[in-house]
Design a protein around this ligand. Structure first.
Ligand SMILES: C[S@@+](CC[C@H](N)C(=O)[O-])C[C@H]1O[C@@H](n2cnc3c(N)ncnc32)[C@H](O)[C@@H]1O
Length: 173
């Protein structure tokens, strides 16, 4: 799929290939089965969150594998509508900013590819988020990237024993 440069710039839109979504979903399934001793039925009923769904690459794989309890966020109305058409009522879909979601809503698994947007290229967006969302104020640091906040909030929203599995850069630590 081809994206306009302005969309990439504002929302950090890069989409993931099926080979990678399948690799990651298999990874978390094995981890839940081996480490948490869950059988297939329990794994497929875990509560999952895709915080930045794009055109639904992870959602397609998760549904195909049999996961039942999926919530997804997508801020861009265009992709939200596309996801609504694709998945209907199979998932709980929200057209809102993940960073505005409550820390009290907990999930067993976070999976996805969060938006990448360097602070130096989008300082107005960063200022706006810091003003509006407590998680952004708390974890702001100089020269950062938007996806840092997706990591912090994801970890805060995990249930005990939960897993977070994101694609990320090799410099985030
Ligand atoms: C890197 S793309 C990944 C899309 C999809 N997860 C994938 O792997 O193909 C990030 C997506 O996050 C969306 N996005 C950006 N900021 C967001 C926010 N604050 N809350 C929710 N979605 C956001 C973008 O519109 C984009 O579709």
């Amino acid at each position: 799929m081809t994206l306009k440069a302005s969309q990439k710039q504002n929302f950090g839109q890069y989409f993931t290939s099926t080979s990678i979504t399948e690799f990651m979903v298999n990874l978390v399934m094995e981890e839940f089965k081996e480490e948490n001793k869950l059988d297939d039925f329990k794994v497929f009923n875990l509560s999952l969150l895709e915080p930045a769904a794009g055109d639904g690459a992870f959602l397609e794989t998760l549904i195909e594998y049999g996961f039942k309890n999926i919530t997804a966020f997508e801020i861009d109305k265009y992709y939200y509508n596309l996801l609504k058409n694709k998945f209907g009522n199979n998932i709980k879909l929200k057209n809102s900013n993940f960073l505005d979601s409550s820390e009290e809503e907990k999930y067993d698994l976070f999976i996805g590819n969060p938006p990448y947007l360097g602070q130096n290229y989008a300082s107005e967006i960063f200022q706006d988020y810091i003003r509006k969302y407590p998680i952004c104020k708390e974890f702001f640091c100089g020269n950062m990237d938007l996806f840092y906040w997706f990591l912090h909030l994801g970890i805060r929203k995990l249930r005990p024993g939960g897993l977070l599995c994101y694609i990320t850069t090799n410099y985030w630590i």
